[in-house]
Design a protein around this ligand. Sequence first.
Ligand code: ACO
Length: 309
Amino acid sequence: MSAGILGIGKYIPERVLTNFDLEKMMDTSDEWIRTRTGIEERRIADDKTNTSDMAFMAAEKAIENAGLKASDIDMILVATVTPDQPFPTVACMLQDRLGARHIPAMDISAACSGFIYGMVTAKQFIDSGTYKHILVVGVEKLSGITNWEDRTTAVLFGDAAAAAVLGPVSEGRGILSFELGSDGSGGKNLYQDGNIIKMNGREVFKFAVRQMGESAVHVVEKAGLKKEDIDFLIPHQANIRIMEASRERLGIPEEKMIKTIQKYGNTSASSIPLALTDALENGVVKDGDLIVMVGFGGGLTWGALTLRW
Ligand code: ACO
């Protein structure tokens, strides 16, 4: 027995903010954003929609997709750096709103690596037999901490939620290997200052290119796999150039990398599960496929895993 994904769901806000819209708001261009980042548009939640609202809508779908009821969930983990407030956590708000039992619920703060941190945490409780069904949500309302006067960061981010229910699956499927890490000395390159994100883009870029590539290679080796075994790479959708660098480091062809950055921008903790949900909805990922997920984020943090679907 191992831990795998039993169901998945997403929520994306209706409002689309294109690069052309941003051209009207600040000194930037569609051409610059597209060529430097790969982003064409992103979704922005309205004022009434909070992080917990988006998390709830994605979570409901994931539980239904798993063929379960809220009462079947044994633990809730919410990866986010944009909770409604520091406490009560989004996870506790979800416990109540979903009508789940009085189960453990907590937020995980690991920025863009948060969903992988959540999946690996869930795996420990499932592998040990402690809990059976664990809801893991990746959700961000980054528009709420974006400085719309800073073109070096404002063009990058979007809002979204995606959720997965993890549970026991047969041996050889689910999460086969993982790696998590952190380096707090790099925290100064990407942080929240008051109500806004501050970033040293070039330093984060250099770190991400090196770490994403290394971690992806490590988890493939740890699982005793070769690059030929990989069906899909789902990297954190931060910048197409960073994503491409990790694909090249793994030595896999372009068509094996799942790419949604053009539609959603960087949605931090929800980026990886959002890309997976899209790929499943479009029939791209199929039964038995071997997926490598890899992310990095503020902290600095990183995480990667291999998953047999
Ligand atoms: N529009 C037009 N010009 C711009 C913009 C913009 N939106 N932003 C910056 N520029 C200008 C700069 O001012 C600079 O001009 P100069 O040469 O006259 O000084 C020029 O473009 C080049 O700027 P660079 O910063 O060198 O551009 P770079 O190629 O490094 O791309 C980017 C910047 C896209 C931010 C890149 O560094 C990057 O992707 N870094 C990683 C970011 C990331 O993934 N962060 C994760 C955060 S997720 C989280 O944890 C919440």
